[in-house]
Design a protein around this ligand. Structure first.
Ligand code: SAH
Ligand code: SF4
Length: 340
């Protein structure tokens, strides 16, 4: 919801200051989906709000849920008709993790990612990012539950839209708005050093995930074009700086691509990179299953992934195989391509 617009609305209708807090509380904390539900306001006020304001900055085109109802995906139509996707996943009972988009499409064209194939269309405004959370909270209201974690792992590269992403983060942790703890939020990047630095300075308690995927410069550059500009050497420096400021663990994402980055030599490259950054305790590797997209890649087998994991663990790296939820609804990482 656009707060500046709401403020202008309240001024126009000569409303006292406390009205803003009343409405914010109802929208952000009580997850109302319509102004008519705000019982602390009189009838006229509710009617005017309904006519002149909107809670969400998009229309909901479609909502899909997996059979077990542990994952949901929504197709959202923005005011300019562009489509984005938002995903909600429940890794544990009562825990809901929202995966938000920060751009329509993405300019970085990683070869294994569907969003990358769309190209870049535009940046999302802060409101369009945080409204994805409002929307899921509205959906969860019947269960009396709420989003508990947020990951910036939907469509787009958050650090290429820093101004709006920064505003969205500020709203998420604002106690008068969403009131999330910084530690329940993670921002994922394919590796933009300036963004990593800004996150450490402005939001040192927000988690950083780096989509590393390769420990070798040549391989990474071949499949993730961003590495031709910001290579592993540049990322190493950025991560060292990040750790010096935040002293917080960094999550390294590693998508398992059969025959491409899943050999023991690839594991050695990864170990070398991680060791060259800092103390091993401050880094954690998440092995991700490759979710099929229209690309030339295939997912590594379970056995291969396990072997890779054990090899990393035997070199004292913290490593987890991340459960992939949402594939059934094409809502898993890298499958977001906003098709009707
Ligand atoms: N642009 C940011 C955030 C969005 S992508 C980034 O790249 O980090 C979210 C995560 O999904 C990243 O770790 C990305 O590498 C991963 N991903 C992309 N395509 C994938 C696929 N087909 N299967 C599994 N993970 C994928
Ligand atoms: Fe963009 Fe991330 Fe997809 Fe790469 S993986 S194309 S950076 S959204």
């Amino acid at each position: 919801m656009n707060i500046e617009k709401l403020e202008a609305f309240l001024q126009k209708h000569n409303q006292p200051k406390f009205r803003l807090q009343q409405i914010q509380k109802a929208v952000f904390q009580e997850s109302v989906s319509s102004f008519s539900e705000i019982s602390t306001l009189n009838k006229d006020m509710r009617k005017n709000l309904e006519q002149e304001m909107k809670i969400l900055s998009f229309e909901v085109e479609k909502v899909l849920a997996s059979k077990d109802e542990k994952s949901m995906k929504a197709l959202l139509k923005l005011k300019d008709e562009n489509l984005i996707e938002a995903v909600l996943i429940s890794p544990l009972d009562g825990v809901w993790s929202a995966c938000v988009s920060s751009q329509v499409g993405c300019p970085l064209a990683c070869e294994f990612c569907s969003t990358g194939k769309m190209g870049f269309i535009r940046n999302l405004a802060a409101e369009e990012i945080t409204d994805q959370i409002l929307f899921w909270n509205q959906q969860l209201k019947t269960k009396k539950e709420k989003v508990s974690n947020i990951v910036y792992m939907g469509m787009g590269e958050p650090f290429l839209n820093w101004e709006e992403v920064r505003k969205s983060l500020a709203d998420l942790i604002d106690e008068k708005k969403f009131n999330f703890a910084s530690r329940s939020i993670s921002v994922s990047t394919s590796g933009i050093p300036e963004g990593i630095e800004k996150l450490s300075q402005e939001f040192p308690q927000v988690n950083l995930a780096l989509s590393l995927h390769f420990g070798s410069e040549a391989r990474r550059s071949q499949i993730m074009p961003i590495n031709r500009k910001n290579n592993l050497e540049a990322l190493r420096q950025a991560l060292k700086k990040y750790l010096a400021v935040t002293k917080r663990k960094i999550f390294l994402e590693y998508v398992m691509l059969s025959g491409v980055n899943d050999s023991m030599d690839d594991a050695d490259d990864l170990i070398r990179f991680v060791k060259s950054v800092e103390k091993l305790q401050l880094m954690h590797v998440n092995l991700i299953r490759y979710n099929s997209t229209e690309s030339r890649f295939h997912s590594s087998s379970k056995e291969r992934t396990l072997k890779f994991k054990e090899y990393l663990a035997s070199h004292n790296l913290g490593v987890t195989i991340r459960k992939s939820l949402g594939e059934e609804i094409q809502g898993a990482c890298g499958q977001l391509a906003a098709k009707k």
